[in-house]
Structures are given as C-alpha cells and as structure tokens.
Write a protein that binds this ligand. Structure first.
Ligand code: ASP
Length: 434
C-alpha cells in the first residue's frame, strides 16, 4: 500500500497532538503528557539540533569547494545579503501598515492591561535583562562575535552558527586556492560526509509525525488560559494577518514571477519545513529539513542552498521583524505613547537589526524586541503585555522566517542559473521507496 505523503503525516500528527493536549487538560492527564509524551518531543528537537552543525560544515564546505573561483562566491554572497535585507524591510512595512490600520492597542481594556502587566512583569524582566546586556556591548560587537577564537568551542554551541559559517567559508576559500591535487581528497571526504549527514536527516524525519504530536500535545497542556488570548485577540490577529500576507502572497508571488514556480509546486516543495518550523518554533532546528527540501524537491543547486540557507536561518527573520514592528506599535498604543512618523522609520531600522541579531530559537524575537522598544522610548515593561500570546505567534513567525529563507534561496539560485530540476519530484517516491 502506498503511504501518505510526509507533509500529510506531519499535519495529522499536529492535529492529533493538539487533540491529545485538550483531552489531557479536560481529563486531568496533564502530568501524563508532561512525563510520558513531552520527552519524545524534546528528543525529536534534539535530533534536529544535533545534526545542524555537522550539516552546515559538510554542505557549506561541499558547496564552496565546488565553486572553483572566488568571484562566484562574492557574487552569491552579495546577492544573498541584499535580497535578505529587502525582504526584511518589506515584511516590516507590511507589519507597520497592518498595525496602524487595525490599531489593536486601543482595543485593550484598562483592567486587562493592568492584569497583564502585573502577571507577566517578572517573566518580562528576565527578557529585558538579557537584551539590555547585549545592548551595552557597543556597535561593533556583532562583527567581533563573528570571528571565533576557538573553532572547536564554536562548534560545540548551536548558538554560534555564524562563527562556524565564518570558519567554513574561510576553509572553503583555502580549498579553492590550494593545488587541486591536494584539495581533492578533502573534497571527496566532505562529499561523503555530506551524503551521510543528509541520510541521517531522512532517518530523523521518519519520526517527524510522532515528534510534532508530542511537541504540540505538550504545548497545549502548558498554555496559559484562554481569557488572556481573547484579550489580546486583535493584536494576535494583526501579527497573523501580516504573516499570512508574507506566506501566501509575497513569497509565492515573488517565486512565481522570478522563478516561474507555481503556487502548488512552491508549497509542495517546502510545506514539511513549514510544518516543522511551526511545531518547533526554531529556524535552527528546522534548517536540516529546509535544506533538504529546497535542494531535493525544489531544485536549488546545493552550491547555493548550502550557502544561502544556513546564513538565512541565523540572520534573515522576516516573520520576527514583522512581529517586532507590530508588537512595538501595539505596546505604544496600549500605553498611550505617541509615535511620530520618524519613530516608525526608526522601528524599520531597529527591527531589521534586531531580527538579524535574534537567535534562531524559540522566543528569541521577543527578547530582541526590547531593543526596538528602547530605540523609540516605549517602556520596556510593556513586554509583559504580550507575553501570554507569544508562543503561538512565535510558531507562526518561524514559519515565515523559514519560508523567507527558502524563497530567497530560489531567487538567488535563479539569478545565478542554478535552479534546476529537483532530484525528487514526488514526495512519496522519496520518503517511501517501496
Ligand atoms: N523562533 C524564531 C526562529 O527561530 C525566532 C523568534 O523568536 O522570532 O526563527
């Protein structure tokens, strides 16, 4: 019998997970979910994370070493960065338009606002502290952070992916520059390593439907009460509306216009990565799957995907920047802080930088939001207002972050003539070889 395609399996896992969570809340099974189901979700995320650094090393090195000449690398790098910045600014503009039109901050009742500020003040102060300590570091700190003083130490920390990328690019350039005879055995080794890492991802993905089931069941039992969701409904809808425009209009239309991909082909190609981004709230954990989908199913040459995607996962966060813009204005409205047009322009600049600085892990965008708030004089304590609904919004903005990376990789590949026929046209053939 033919098995169901992977994205359907994941979707079913998600729906059943949510159902199981609600049933557990209803019938006192919360501890059961926490003790016996949640650990499988944690194992699944760990599996994805454990392969992220080996994947970046093997595939980026494999891609760069094949380039044969440095000018190709700088051309690809330049395009990637420019398109990433443009897509982020587009996202923030959409966020600002939405929140200025809907004005969700004025709908929140006085007593709800006070309740929220009181309930979440301690949680918010943790995030504020983390962000402020980063803010004190001086303007060139991100540049200094890019260069590790010990590559092995960097490789042991998933938060240091940019440092690993920096080293791998350096190593790849060296491989291009040395005598091809000497480079050959290293390239062969890297190629084999890359194949093995990709195979590990296939194996991990077999567990995806079960992993997302566990993750979502645990999320539902740990979620705050529905009342708070209702109070923040307009704010949440604003963020979701902006994110939906990115996912369903901006990316697929840009892909169609620039690469000729149909709507269906676009979503068929990347939907498993989107579903995983939703379930894990982490672009870094989703990276292995994004790479695999874009390369094998969309047909982006590995040379491009192995370069564009790891960088995108760490610096290109369109969903996060859109959310930061909406959240900043929402908090300003709720706390009656007047913002001028130039304040809003300032938000465009700081949200771009804050999203670049956000780590690709759950909740990171909210921590960096403090910097956006501070830049235009909105009280940082306002963060407490939006804490209650942050997790579901995080899940959705991560989908946008991942979709954005995948779309940019398609566009860069097209511009370099590196968008070919995907190795795998049908998901079923790939995951369920008979
Ligand atoms: N969770 C997001 C990501 O990994 C970052 C954020 O918190 O916005 O892409």
């Amino acid at each position: 019998m033919k098995k169901l395609a992977l994205h359907w399996q994941i979707l079913i896992g998600m729906v059943l997970g949510v159902l199981a969570g609600f049933l557990a809340v209803e019938f006192n099974g919360t501890t059961f979910i926490e003790d016996w189901i949640k650990p499988f979700g944690t194992i699944f995320i760990n599996l994805l994370k454990l392969i992220a650094v080996p994947l970046i090393i093997a595939s980026l090195l494999n891609g760069i070493a094949d380039l044969q000449d440095i000018s190709k690398l700088s051309k690809m790098g330049g395009r990637t960065i420019v398109i990433y910045v443009v897509s982020t600014v587009v996202a923030i503009t959409i966020g600002l338009l939405t929140v200025n039109l809907i004005q969700p901050g004025y709908t929140i009742a006085e007593d709800t606002r006070e309740d929220l500020l009181e309930n979440y003040a301690t949680d918010a102060s943790g995030s504020i502290e983390v962000a402020l300590s980063q803010k004190d570091d001086g303007p060139l700190k991100p540049l200094v952070d890019l260069v590790p003083d010990n590559i092995f130490q960097a490789m042991t920390d998933n938060g240091s992916m940019l440092q690993v990328i920096f080293f791998v690019i350096l190593f790849g350039i060296a491989l291009i520059l040395i005598d091809p005879k000497d480079a050959e055995p290293v390239k062969k080794f890297v190629k084999g390593l890359n194949e093995a890492v990709l195979k590990i991802i296939d194996i991990i993905m077999l567990g995806a439907p079960y992993g997302v089931f566990a993750l979502l069941a645990a999320l539902v039992v740990e979620a705050p009460s529905l009342d708070l969701f209702q109070a923040l409904l307009w704010y949440a809808l604003c963020v979701l509306f902006g994110l939906a425009i990115m996912i369903f209009i901006i990316y697929p239309v840009a892909a169609k216009l620039i690469t000729g991909f149909s709507y269906r082909r676009f979503f068929n190609g990347i939907s498993p990565a989107q579903l995983l981004a939703f379930s894990t709230s982490s672009s870094a954990a989703t990276l292995p799957v994004t790479m695999e989908r874009v390369t094998e199913h969309i047909g982006v040459d590995e040379e491009v995907s192995s370069f564009v995607l790891p960088i995108g996962a760490t610096i290109n966060m369109d969903g996060t920047s859109l959310y930061q813009a909406v959240a900043a204005i929402f908090i300003a409205q709720a706390l009656n802080v007047d913002l001028t047009f130039s304040d809003q322009l300032m938000i465009v600049v700081t949200a771009t930088l804050a999203s670049i600085g956000s780590a690709a892990v759950p909740g990171a965008g909210m921590v960096m939001l403090v910097i956006v708030l501070g830049s235009v004089g909105i009280p940082e304590a306002g963060l407490a207002l939006i804490f209650a609904v942050d997790r579901p919004l995080d899940m959705c903005r991560t989908v946008v972050n991942v979709t954005g990376d995948a779309s940019v990789s398609m566009i860069v590949a097209k511009s370099l003539n590196k968008l070919g026929v995907p190795k795998v046209k049908n998901l079923d053939d790939y995951y369920h070889k008979e």
